[in-house]
Ligand binder design. Structure first.
Ligand SMILES: [Zn+2]
Length: 67
């Protein structure tokens, strides 16, 4: 199981294996997984990577225009 969440500092979408303690973002910030807001849980790393890529591109759109 993998969890998808956002970096608490820069807002990038990240994923980490469920059960790990921390995940360091590419911005250098170490996210403590107990303190992040889980957006989604997926079964495997491949899916996690796909979801992150999707969310990352989705982020560039204007959320307000979506509804
Ligand atoms: Zn970050």
């Amino acid at each position: 199981m993998y969890i998808i969440f956002r970096c608490r500092k820069c807002g990038r979408y990240l994923y980490a294996k469920a059960g790990s303690k921390t995940k360091t973002c590419t911005c250098g910030y170490r996210n403590y997984l107990r303190r992040v807001i889980t957006i989604k849980k997926v079964e495997d790393e491949r899916t996690a990577g796909e979801v992150v890529r999707f969310m990352q591109s989705y982020k560039n759109t204007d959320f307000k225009s979506l509804g």
